[in-house]
Every structure is written in structure tokens, then in C-alpha cells.
Design a protein around this ligand. Sequence first.
Ligand code: UDP
Ligand code: MG
Length: 336
Amino acid sequence: MKLITVVIPAYNEEKSLIYMFKRLNMLARNNPKYNFEFLFVNDGSKDKTLTLLQRESEQNSRISYLNFSRNFGKEIAVAAGIDHADGDAVVIMDADGQEPPELIPDMIKWWEKGFDDVYARRKGRRKGESRFVRFTSWLYYRTVQSMTRIEIQIDTGDFRLFSRRAILELRKLRETDRQNKALFSWIGFKKKEIEFEQQKRAAGQSKFRFMSRLHLAIDGITSFTTAPLRLATIVGMIIAFAAFIYIVIVIFQYLAGVPRSQGYSTLLSITLFLGGIQLVSLGIIGEYIGRIFNESKQRPLYLVEHFHRAKLSKNAQPKAIIKENNGAVAKKLDER
Ligand code: UDP
Ligand code: MG
């Protein structure tokens, strides 16, 4: 029987988890042709999330969970899930119930037809999202897309199914400042879009404030492209060229004896303008240097405090991995 691992990052989700367990169990019950493993990644929650996971895993053999040593952020939590998911296919979804697990059988269907990345695109507008947020995110993706050859999936979160081979490739990407969406686009493979209506959070509230979204947006740009660096060069060249023309004009005016006025305010505004551009350019360079710095430290992406592996029945063990890697992973399976 094929194993589907559902990876679910969870940070302070004690209120949502109960609904989540119910819906996931329903999913497993309604699709007996597949074996399901639900791999939660507890991202340093400060509430009872871990206790709930422990308790559920005692009576539910499908539950696996990773407990981080502290909060590492959602992008890293998803990466850890990808590292530890042994399924023939791996689904990633949020813990808050905004993404319906009921869509997973549909994803599986497309995966069985040979797709490697079945991603769910939000239909219509996001609930509780202002016009401003929608506009900026539209503008953002348009801009980033124009700077890269990699195709970006718009209106798509992390709710996706990956084939085994896509997961194995994703595991090789070890960058620290990561935006998963960029990596998911980067690997390519056969992608299939399906649509879904995003639901309200089951409980609790969104953990992403404006600033963390901004950071994620900047990470997105830097992980997709180095085009902003070139932009600084191009803007610099344009301004230098304009300045050159202007100097030539001034010299000619001087030689021709054209009277010239004292341009104090012009001078000031141009100086400020250029100062601004220089600071922005430095900032852009700084963003990339900061990333070089972070990557050069070569720290592990995350630290695991405890890993509880679901006690799946023998016939549920994914044959794919045993074939792929007779050594290490097969041994890991034996330890279960
Ligand atoms: N999350 C996480 N670590 C964090 C923040 C969030 O693992 O530091 C998880 C969270 O538990 C949820 C998912 O990431 O399962 C998405 O978070 P949220 O619903 O707050 O974001 P939104 O849906 O508003 O984008
Ligand atoms: Mg959410």
C-alpha cells in the first residue's frame, strides 16, 4: 500500500489541532486504498501543542511528530518535514484548517497520473484580506516574475503534494534564508494546478504580522534572483549618463556665454535624490551580503529535540526508499 505523508507545521496551534486530528482521521478513513502518516512539526510552540501531539500519538498510530528545540519559523519547519517524510508522496499543509485536507484525494489522483507537484491555488479572494494586501501581493509576484525565468505559482501557498523524487531533490536545498515557495518553483518537474477555496482559520490567529511578511517577501526575491543587484548597476549607469550629458550642456553654455542662475535648490534636491539611490543600492548589496554571511556559517537548519515516528504497519512501509537507498534509510525503517 502506498504511503502518503502529510507534513503539518504547527506553532501555538492548540486550538486548531483538535479539529485537525478529526479531519485527518476522516481523510484516512475515507481513503483506505492509501496509508496515511501525519507528520507534525512542532515549531517551538509555547502553548499545549506538544502535549496534544504526544497524547494523540499514543492512541493514533498514524501520528508522527518532530519537536524543535525552539521556534525556527514556518519555512524551516516545512523543510524539516520534507527531510523526515518517508511517504511515496508528501503533502504539505497548515495546521489551522485553512487548507482543506479533503482536497488531498484529488491531489493524489493527479499524482497517480504522473505529476510531481500538485499545488492548490486559492480561488477568489483570501478571507479577511484587505484590498491593500491583495494589491501589494499581486504587484510583488508580478515584479519578481519579471526578474526571473523560473515560473512562479501565483495565489499558491504551501498546500501541495510532492512526488518522492521531488522530495528527494528538495532535500538537497539547504539554504538558511529560505522561502519554500521559491524552492518549490525552482525544482521544476511536472506541475499540476488545482483550485480550492481557502477557509477561515479553525481557531487562534495568524502568526504572520506585517513585518514577518515583509521579511518573507525579501527572502523570496533574494532566493529567486539577483536581479536587484543588476538594477542598482543599471540605475547608476543611467544617472551617470544623464549627469554626463548635463555637464556637456553646462560647458557649452559657459563657452557660449549663456548667463546661468544660482541653482541652490536644484543642487540640494539632486544631492538628496542621489544620496537616496546610493543608500538603497547599499541596502540591496547588504541584503545579499547578509545572506552570504548566513550561509557561510553552515549551521544546521534546525535542531530536533525529539522525533516520534508513527507505528505504521509493515505493509505500509514505503518500498520506494528501500530501493533508493539500501543503506541508511532502510536501517532507519528497521528501527521503527
Ligand atoms: N507556523 C510555524 N511556525 C511559525 C509560524 C507559523 O510552524 O513560526 C505554522 C502555523 O502553525 C500554521 C502555518 O505555519 O500551521 C501557517 O501559519 P498562519 O496560519 O499563522 O499563517 P497564514 O495562514 O496567516 O499565512
Ligand atoms: Mg493560516
